[in-house]
Structure formats: structure tokens, C-alpha cells
Design a protein around this ligand. Structure first.
Ligand code: HEM
Length: 366
């Protein structure tokens, strides 16, 4: 084909190849197509194509965050690409409904031909988890073997390599640690924040103690709960406490990165912190939609196979429910809201710090 030949749609998309990639097992084994198997294959293939697109976006964001200096423009590009991932994830959750038009009995027409293959072997799904930064220690064991034990040697190597590379979690943590303004020209945000929080708790304590509608027992319960919340606040101010929680696996982000993320959230209305805030929000949403997909998939599995074991050999629905609960990546960012205080109570930033956080200089020049 020379350069003057007009491009043909079918050639560009390699449709002849793509459309010949469905080989139902029922046809091969029984000589007759189980009608629903075509849907089953196409839905899975569509998922894998979208996984490929998600990995494409993730890789580009990871490349941006590997740079020593990430300017605003690139944070903006990252936010739009992460938002694209979120839109794809919504589609992936909705897509389950299409597969559910196949009834459990229809599935039984070809299910046994699939053993031991399973979505559990989707290496692109595992790559997504690893690139995002799922902690290998956190993974639910599958028959006491590593999660990649049932994959081909080639895919196992790919996954081990991806585990050893810097993930988006690692890179965002480093980026947060580099955030300036945590200490600025003598303004110690944390001292001011600590005083504000203490006052907030004192007020809450008094309002419980003076509440005439509560019995003595109820007051005691509420005061105990308040004391527990107060203690949890110490982890955001006290590095040793944070590190203790980190060692026990209750926290993952470093102390410095956690503080920076909180600051970004609290002062997100400052123009320069707005994009970083959007980025952190995207990460929370990606994690949330991944969990939503896991639950949705687990529900579909329960409907399709009840309490049977999966074709990959797991306990099926039970295993999937556990991964939905445990396999989270950015929980530290999600849980930051524990430490939020109302805007009206936020320590006022000194004027010179505000000038550095805003577009003050560019405004003056224009
Ligand atoms: C009839 C439909 C489906 C059934 C009955 C089903 C069943 C299961 C079961 C039982 C498992 C646990 C591993 C095992 O023992 O096999 C699993 C894992 C998995 N499935 Fe599906 N699945 C279905 C559709 C899909 C689709 C459309 C996808 C899209 C790619 C998918 C992706 C996955 C993934 C990624 C895992 C691993 C999840 C993890 O380990 O956290 N499944 N599936």
C-alpha cells in the first residue's frame, strides 16, 4: 500500500483481525454454539481493551510524576487523564448489566469448558492494581500461593517487574513530601491547627456534659467516643504516633505526605492548591470505583454461581467480597476527612504566605 492509498476504516482498526478473535469453546467441544458464550467472550474482550486504555493513561501519569519537578500544566494533564480513567471505570461497572442478561442456567451451558481459566488470570487487571500501588502485603492470599501463581511464566515476570517499579502511590507520596508551605517564614500551621482542634474538642465536651436530654450513662458513652476521636487526631500531629500506626498497617502514607495532603485539602480554595486538590480527589475516586467494581462483580458472581467455587478454584463470592474490602490503595487520602475542621475555624494564613499561594504576582503585573 503506498502513501496515496486512501485509508480504509476496516484496515485502520484491523477489524478483520479483531472480529475473528472469538472462539467459543462450546462450538469446539460440542460442535454447537452455546448462544450466550459469544456475549461472555465479547464482554471480557471489551473489558481487556478498556484495561489497556486505563494502563495507557496510568503509564503517562506515572511518567509525569517520575520527574523531579512537576509544573502546574502537567498536574492539569494528569488530572484530565485520571478523570478519563474514572469515566471508563463507570462504564466498566455498567457493563456488568449487559453480562447479567445471561441467566445462570445459560452460563451452565458452557461454564465447565472454561475450567481452570478465570478473570483471576487477567494480567492487565493485576498490572492496573500494581501500577496504582496496591500493597503486595495487603493482598488476600489465594490458596496460600502468590496471586500470580496461576499465570503464565511470561505474565508472572511482567507482574513481578511491575511490583518492583515505582507505583502511582509511591510517586504521589514523594510529590506530597516535596510540597512547600508546611513551614513558612515562622508560620507553624500545626501549632495553630492543634490549638484549634483542642478548642473544638473542649466545646464538644462541654456540650455533651451540659446536654439535659442525655442520661449519665449516655454522657459517659459519648465522652468516651469523643476521647477516642481526640486520640485519633494526635496521629496527624505526632509523628511517632503516626509511625506506630504505620508499622501496624493502619496507615501507609508517610507522616510528611499525610500532613501535606491534609493541608492541600484544608486550603484547597487557594488557587495554587486547587489542582493538587483535584488530583488527590481523582485518586480517591479511582480507588472508590475500583472497589465499587469489585463489589458489583462479586454480586454478579453470587447471582451466576451462588456459593459454588470459581472456575479459577477460589471460594468464589466470599473471596471476591474479601478483596473488595481489603484491596484498597488510597485509603489514607479517603480517611483524611477525619481531620477536617470547618472552614470557619481554619487558622488564617499570614498575608505573605497567601501571596505565595495565590496568583498574586501575575495579578499585579497585569
Ligand atoms: C459470568 C460472569 C463471571 C463469573 C461467574 C465470574 C466469576 C469469578 C470468580 C468466581 C472469581 C474468583 C476467582 C475464581 O475462583 O475464578 C473471579 C475473579 C475475577 N474476575 Fe470474574 N467472573 C465473571 C465475569 C467477569 C468479567 C466480565 C470480568 C472482566 C474482566 C471479570 C474479571 C475478574 C477479575 C479481574 C477477577 C480477579 C479479582 C480479584 O482477584 O480481586 N470477571 N471471577
Amino acid at each position: 500500500m503506498n502513501e496515496d492509498t486512501p485509508l480504509y476504516y476496516t484496515d485502520y482498526l484491523k477489524l478483520d483481525d479483531l472480529l475473528s478473535l472469538q472462539s467459543p469453546k462450546s462450538l469446539e467441544r460440542m460442535g454447537e454454539l452455546a448462544h450466550e458464550e459469544m456475549l461472555f467472550i465479547i464482554v471480557h474482550q471489551a473489558y481487556e481493551l478498556w484495561f489497556k486504555q486505563i494502563l495507557h493513561e496510568l503509564d503517562s501519569v506515572i511518567a509525569i510524576f517520575k520527574q523531579d519537578y512537576i509544573d502546574e500544566k502537567n498536574v492539569g494533564v494528569s488530572v484530565s487523564r485520571l478523570n478519563r480513567i474514572i469515566e471508563i471505570q463507570k462504564l466498566l461497572i455498567e457493563q456488568i448489566r449487559v453480562l447479567e442478561t445471561m441467566t445462570p442456567l445459560d452460563f451452565l451451558d458452557f461454564r465447565d469448558f472454561l475450567i481452570p481459566a478465570s478473570g483471576f488470570q487477567s494480567y492487565q487487571f493485576r498490572l492496573m492494581e500494581n501500577r496504582l500501588g496496591l500493597d503486595p502485603e495487603q493482598r488476600k492470599p489465594f490458596e496460600k500461593a502468590p496471586y500470580h501463581a496461576r499465570l503464565s511464566k511470561e505474565h508472572q515476570q511482567l507482574l513481578i517487574k511491575s511490583e518492583q517499579s515505582l507505583s502511582l502511590f509511591d510517586l504521589v507520596e514523594k510529590w506530597l513530601e516535596r510540597t512547600p508551605f508546611l513551614q513558612f517564614h515562622g508560620f507553624d500551621f500545626w501549632q495553630t491547627y492543634r490549638n484549634t482542634v483542642q478548642k473544638m474538642f473542649e466545646r464538644d465536651r462541654k456540650s455533651i456534659e451540659n446536654n439535659p436530654t442525655l442520661s449519665e450513662d449516655e454522657k459517659e458513652t459519648e465522652l468516651t467516643e469523643l476521647a477516642a476521636t481526640e486520640k485519633s487526631f494526635s496521629a496527624i500531629i505526632d509523628e511517632d504516633e503516626h509511625n506506630r500506626l504505620r508499622e501496624k498497617g493502619f496507615r501507609r502514607l508517610s507522616f510528611k505526605a499525610t500532613q501535606a495532603a491534609l493541608l492541600i485539602n484544608l486550603y484547597r480554595d487557594e488557587p495554587i492548591l486547587h489542582l493538587p486538590f483535584k488530583l488527590l480527589t481523582c485518586l480517591i475516586e479511582i480507588d472508590e470505583f475500583l472497589t465499587a467494581w469489585r463489589y458489583r462483580h462479586a454480586l454478579m458472581v453470587q447471582r451466576m454461581i451462588g456459593s459454588k467455587i470459581g472456575t479459577g478454584g477460589s471460594s468464589g463470592h466470599q473471596y471476591l467480597k474479601m478483596t473488595a474490602e481489603k484491596h484498597k490503595i488510597f485509603s489514607d487520602l479517603t480517611n483524611l476527612s477525619t481531620f477536617f475542621i470547618p472552614r470557619s475555624k481554619l487558622p488564617e494564613l499570614p498575608e505573605d504566605l497567601k501571596k505565595n499561594l495565590g496568583f498574586y504576582y501575575s495579578k499585579k503585573e497585569s
